[in-house]
Design a protein around this ligand. Structure first.
Ligand SMILES: [Zn+2]
Length: 82
């Protein structure tokens, strides 16, 4: 099966939370499952990496609990600092 690859070799999706409306939930870019950052049960996703800048969460890397895709969440400062 031929699949067109994106420029990035690793298939890490990036979600900019600053442009997400509502409660901050978003569909997994790959499988479409709803992922909510508010949900801390780790059933829908698992946090694998965090990046803190100036004592503030700048980036979060999560893994979709359904399809296992790595998803990078950015835009925290715009979302919570306004
Ligand atoms: Zn998924």
């Amino acid at each position: 099966m031929m699949m067109k690859k994106l420029d990035k070799k690793d298939s890490v999706y990036t979600i900019n939370l600053a442009i997400i409306e509502g409660d901050g939930s978003f569909p997994c870019p790959k499988c479409g499952m709803a992922i909510s950052p508010e949900d801390e049960s780790e059933e829908n996703y698992r946090i694998v990496d965090t990046k803190v800048v100036n004592d503030k969460l700048a980036e979060l890397v999560i893994v979709c609990g359904k399809c296992g895709s790595a998803i990078k969440l950015a835009g925290f400062q715009q979302a919570f600092d306004a």
